[in-house]
Design a protein around this ligand. Structure first.
Ligand code: UD1
Length: 421
């Protein structure tokens, strides 16, 4: 298994480039199942999760060409498709559930393994299933699989109980090939939803309101394949911003859309960071600050503070001047990084859904274990801050969502190397 060894304390100087968005790429790849011709996604990051989904679609019978150097994925779902997503692949990546809507809409049937829980919580899919049923699907859960059939989906008005990103995407995909108009209320507003709406519109189904809580999709009987360049990854961008506040000398983060991380940038400014945003050229410049002020955050659906950034910001709050708090309101068990940050000398207590972080003057390097994707990034950031050597083990989690993070950070001066244990 691979690990990262980091010697903390170096300044980060130069340019860091943000890759294409993982979370936007995943639903867009499944959108290729909606059309017969060849769809092309460019800017797709070379990440394990993206490859897993491409493999899943290929195993169903689609022709998939993944040119990793060109960051381009071509998918042609013209031939016969076996509308089934087996447990072996779904269990490694929950987002595989996003094939359900497109398969059902185009082929009238789909069999997809239930994703089950994961390290950060139970993560049900009831909202996906409720919406599809409302559109005319018959759904049974048998032997751990969702088995869905329909004689033809029809547009419906659906109000989500909670704004779910995956649920909104699955239903948008299904609605694009449904008869009539679908209205989604209390929809997720994340930038990934807006990117997916652009893809679906380019395929021929009219989409209004993406990015707001009400999305209207006018379904079509047939869709064209798409050619789309994916939006930049806002979580990788945000992770680099935190690195810049820790160690920038200065650090220029290129390619990220500042508007997509407005809540994080606001919090970073509150804790004392100077951030120069050149939105037109997508260049954000940051300098290290002496010691951050403490602050309180709570995670919320977009445009609130993203749950996918709380672990990384917490690494910085470990050395803040005063006591901070982080309340996690999206996933019930997303504090796995806390025990590991404490091993690095942090002073964090978890009380229910809230972590209370008493700022310490410094962290000190040791061996820590990555537990999930964003927790891994938090440990890498903490390692950049800590005195001495930090080893982050089990970084396969990191490979799911960060394209060559170690190499990118080394390029701007971090003392970081990857090795096999
Ligand atoms: C997506 C992101 C993930 C991010 C999360 C929240 C992808 C591939 N993943 O995950 O990185 O952390 O959004 O921003 O884009 N829920 C239900 N019923 C459902 C669906 C969700 O109760 O049917 C709940 C979840 O348990 C959670 C909340 O809704 O509490 C939000 O989850 P959701 O937005 O669906 O997350 P994902 O799409 O799985």
């Amino acid at each position: 298994m691979d690990a990262l060894r980091i010697r903390g304390g170096n300044s980060l100087r130069g340019e860091l480039h943000v890759s294409g968005s993982k979370n936007a790429s995943l639903p867009i790849l499944t959108a290729a199942l909606l059309a017969e011709g060849e769809s092309v996604l460019t800017g797709a990051p070379n990440l394990v999760d993206v490859c897993t989904l491409a493999t899943l679609i290929e195993q169903m019978g689609a022709k998939v060409t993944h040119d990793e150097d060109a960051e381009e994925i071509r998918i042609s779902a013209a031939g016969p498709i076996n509308a089934e997503a087996p447990y072996e692949l779904v269990r490694t990546m929950r987002a595989s559930i996003l094939v359900l809507g497109p398969l059902l809409a185009r082929f009238g049937k789909a069999k997809v393994s239930l994703p089950g829980g994961c390290a950060i919580g139970a993560r049900p899919i009831d909202q996906h299933l409720k919406g599809l049923e409302r559109m005319g699907a018959h759904i049974e859960i048998e032997h751990g699989y969702v088995e869905a059939t329909t004689k033809g989906l029809v547009g419906a008005e659906i109000v989500f109980d909670v704004p779910t990103v995956g649920g909104t995407e699955n239903l948008m995909l299904a609605a694009s090939l449904a008869r009539g108009t679908t209205v989604l209320r209390n929809a997720a507003r994340e930038p990934e939803i807006v990117d997916l709406a652009k893809v679906i519109s380019s395929m021929g189904a009219e989409v209004e309101g993406a990015g707001t809580e009400k999305i209207t999709i006018h379904g079509q009987s047939q869709l064209q394949p798409f050619h789309h360049c994916v939006v930049p990854d806002r979580i990788e961008f945000g992770t680099f911003l935190v690195a810049g506040v820790m160690a920038g000398d200065p650090l220029v983060v290129c390619g990220g859309i500042a508007d997509h991380q407005a809540a994080l940038i606001d919090k970073l400014r509150n804790l004392g960071a100077e951030i120069d945003v050149d939105e037109a050229n997508r260049r954000t410049t940051l300098k290290r600050i002496e010691r951050p002020s403490a602050l309180d955050i709570h995670t919320a659906p977009y445009p609130g503070f993203p749950t996918d950034m709380q672990a990384q910001l917490m690494a910085l709050l470990c050395v803040a001047n005063g006591t901070s708090s982080v309340s996690e309101r999206i996933f019930e068990n997303r504090f796995m990084h806390v025990a590991e940050l404490n091993r690095l000398g942090a002073s964090i207590k978890v009380e229910g859904g809230k972590a209370v972080i008493r700022g310490v003057e410094r962290l000190s390097g040791t061996t820590v274990m990555a537990t999930d994707l964003r927790a891994s990034a938090s440990l890498v950031l903490a390692g950049l801050l800590a005195d001495g050597e930090t080893t982050v083990r089990r970084i396969y989690h990191l490979d799911r969502g960060y394209q060559r993070l170690g190499k990118k950070l080394r390029g701007v001066g971090a003392d970081i190397e990857r090795f096999s244990e």
